[in-house]
Design a protein around this ligand. Structure first.
Ligand code: MOS
Length: 749
């Protein structure tokens, strides 16, 4: 049974997903599904070596193949003005340079686009691409993390920036744990993991005129894509129109504008036709980033009574040879627990691979796998219940920033989660609980995720017929943005949700951040809130100006907006319909655009979302097969806007976390520096049969300091900590601690 509301104090039911019907009937149009007359198709040719120089490209037979309009490479590209001129003689890109497609002869990673065929049809382009022959002079590549880890170093960009959060950090007296009563040291490893949304990345590029560009592109931010494309092609920002109305999942892969997007725009320029480019599944492994392979060392010291005395956390992640991708791997450790002595270090290892990027819960999902596994190990060493150990070390304020929390109900999460899960039935000793011949394990982990709120605008329009349009250049990569925004608008305006439309995914709409960092509800939700409040005020002024209106003599706070009407709160039968207000003033519509942004409160408080996960696994003692049987998750993310879609987000994050724990790994053959996982047959993600009952609970208490709607980020805290909870449950079931993901049968038998 899916509960439709949080608790009995919530008077109305959740909204169904407003675009659900469009999605399940196929009526929702994704980027690659738009049709244009005379549209051509681009297919990329990619490098077969991981490092070296292109010595020749023979494209003669491709050029004469049927339907081919152009073969483009660094030898024939019309160029990207924003890249600047290529140096002569050409030089390898310095560290800190975005990858520039078709720019020069250098190869930086296997799978790098080195040429592109544009043809009348997709099939013709695929065929002709197979006829392009590229010769290389290979150089020795470095792709193997283990073999090269001694070359890891503090990122150059961090060395240059003393204020970077990625600088080495230490608080307390020492980064030595040896004088703690109980100590523990361990190394935790996660492999490279790819986002792999169902919808592959795709773009249709159309040059309307020489300096006017329209794209239908899969991305997570139409405004940032607009800015990046304007910069790349040196045209005014307002001359770029980016449309991304429906997105079939992204998880971070769409935050940046990647080279294939630029490639399609180059192609459209060259052939002077609309050009479509879709990444095949194999190219999804080398074109749009990934969660980087990361090795972390944790050392913990505690008293015998279970008080943390010291935590040392060092993380090293991989990046490309040309860019430094930094993420929060070790940062959560500074804020999570009440521990006087904490030190963290973060290092990068440059390899001949493409650049990683943010992937759901970036850094935190990685770091909390290590920290929350280590906490479990320490609890075991101390003979203390793992939940009790966390409660004893609960941080009542942020010791890193020396600030109070804006709001924190983590203890309530622990208690509610434990109660719903039945944590009290857990036997402390591992490998003691059994059911139906299976080893049973109960594991838990904490979760945190930072608060991100960006300046956002929204427009609210009331039409003469009383219906409402709300607009913002925000995105929906899956969580149900429109549904939540309509819920906010509906409650404020007193207009039924069915009469409200929310427009997003179009760069011509009011400025808003991309959908990332779990920032959409806190940022854009706040903008929708203030825009609807402003619309109400405007309607009230218009209503009060009507002859004989009682509204002219009551204070604004004594006015109610409900059922499409404004009335003095004490005279519910008087008042006026919104439609009559517009009719009286002879207005086709009433419109407001408002901006919302953070104020002083963010520098005076530390803001995070918090949560915890409880997991039951069954492990087959003979085969080592792990099945997740049950998950209970509880989060404190402030006020829940729409329970049904919130719950779906939490479930999605946990499914991702189960994938991270048990299945997902991108495997490279280091002889060639090339991924051998290149499809869903080799890159495993959870399917329905892998996913058990997941029960989701929220504390649902507004964080009134965070923003006017009291709501914090939800999308990413859902995955943070899940892998540790699974690993901890596996330990509890088997007595075997697995510190390298994914947990496979080979580690358990
Ligand atoms: Mo998220 S990794 O900010 O899409």
């Amino acid at each position: 049974m899916i509960p439709e509301k949080l608790n009995s104090t919530e008077p109305d039911l959740s909204l169904d997903r407003v675009d659900g019907r469009l999605k399940v009937t196929g009526a929702a149009k994704y980027s690659a599904e738009y049709q244009f007359e005379n549209m051509a198709h681009a297919v990329l040719v990619t490098s077969t070596i991981a490092k070296g120089v292109i010595t020749s490209i023979n494209s003669k037979s491709a050029e004469t193949a049927k339907g081919v309009l152009a073969v483009i490479s660094h030898l024939s590209s019309p160029g990207v003005p924003g890249y600047g001129p290529a140096k002569q003689p050409a030089e390898r890109a310095a560290l800190g340079t975005n990858f520039r497609i078709f720019f020069d002869e250098f190869v930086y990673f296997s799978g790098q686009p080195v040429a592109m065929v544009v043809a009348d049809t997709f099939e013709q382009a695929v065929h002709a691409a197979s006829l392009v022959s590229v010769e290389y002079q290979s150089e020795k590549h470095r792709t193997d993390f283990k073999a090269n880890v001694s070359k890891a170093a503090m990122a150059q960009s961090v060395q240059r920036n003393k204020n970077s959060p990625f600088q080495d950090y230490a608080r307390g007296g020492t980064d030595d744990i040896s004088n703690s009563e109980v100590t523990l040291e361990a190394t935790y490893t996660i492999p490279t993991q790819h986002h792999q949304p169902l919808e592959p990345h795709a773009i249709i590029a159309i040059w309307e005129t020489d300096d006017k560009l329209t794209v239908y592109d899969k991305n997570q931010g139409v405004k940032s894509a607009q800015g990046q494309l304007a910069q790349a092609f040196k045209i005014p920002r307002e001359n770029v129109n980016v449309n991304s109305k429906f997105i079939g999942g992204a998880f971070g892969s769409g935050i940046r504008v990647w080279p294939h997007t630029i490639a399609a725009v180059i192609a459209a320029k060259k052939v002077k036709r609309p050009v479509k480019l879709v990444l095949g599944r194999e190219l999804m492994f080398t074109s749009v980033g990934y969660r980087p392979h990361t090795v972390q060392k944790i050392a913990i010291g505690a008293t015998k009574q279970g008080e943390l005395t010291s935590i040392i956390h060092e993380g090293t992640g991989q990046t490309s040879a040309y860019e430094e991708h930094l993420e929060r791997t070790v940062l959560g450790t500074r804020a999570m627990y009440d521990c006087a002595n904490v030190s963290t270090k973060y290092r990068l290892l440059n390899l001949d691979v493409n650049t990683p990027t943010w992937m759901r819960g970036p850094g935190d999902a990685t770091g909390m796998f290590a920290l929350e596994s280590a906490m479990d190990e320490m609890a075991f060493a101390l003979h203390i219940d793992p939940l009790e150990f966390r409660l004893r070390n609960h941080a009542d304020s942020d010791l890193e920033r020396k600030l109070p929390w804006s709001a924190k109900s983590l203890k309530e999460c622990y208690h509610l989660g434990a109660q719903k899960f039945g944590w009290k039935d857990r036997v402390l000793a591992p490998r003691t609980m059994q059911k139906d011949g299976m080893l049973v394990g109960y594991g838990m982990a904490s979760s945190l995720y930072g608060f991100h709120r960006h300046p956002s605008k929204a427009r609210a329009i009331m039409l003469a017929n009383g219906s409402v349009i709300v607009q913002s250049a925000t995105m929906d990569i899956g969580p149900g943005t429109g549904t939540a925004m309509i819920r906010i608008a509906s409650k404020i305006l007193g207009v039924t949700a069915k009469k409200i439309r929310f427009d997003l995914g179009d760069s011509s709409l009011p400025d808003a951040p991309g959908q990332n960092g779990s920032s959409t509800i806190p940022s854009v939700g706040s903008a929708v809130h203030v825009a609807c409040e402003a619309l109400k005020n405007k309607l009230l002024v218009l209503a009060a100006a009507m002859p004989g209106s009682a509204l002219s003599v009551v204070k604004p706070e004594e006015v109610t907006f409900k059922n499409g009407r404004i009335f003095p709160s004490i005279f519910p039968t008087s008042g006026v319909l919104y439609t009559d207000i517009l009719k009286h003033h002879n207005l086709a519509q009433v419109e407001v655009t408002e901006e919302s942004r953070s104020g002083q409160e963010v520098s005076q408080h530390s803001m995070y979302s918090f949560g915890c996960h409880f997991v039951e696994v069954h492990v087959n003692p003979l085969t080592g097969e792990v099945r997740v049987k049950r998950v209970v998750t509880c989060a404190d993310v402030g006020k829940i806007i729409n329970y049904k879609t919130a719950r779906s987000q939490s479930i999605g994050g946990i499914v991702g976390g189960i994938g991270m724990a048990l299945m997902e790994a991108s495997v490279m053959d280091h002889r060639y520096g090339r991924y051998v996982t290149s499809d869903f047959a080799s890159y495993h993600i959870p399917v329905h049969a892998d996913i058990p009952q997941i029960d989701v609970f929220y504390i649902d208490k507004a964080d009134t300091l965070a923003n006017p709607i009291g709501s914090k980020g939800l999308g990413e805290i859902a995955i943070v900590g899940v892998a540790a909870a699974v690993a901890n449950a596996v330990f509890h079931a088997t007595g075997k601690r697995v510190r390298e993901l994914p947990i496979g049968v080979e580690q358990l038998v």
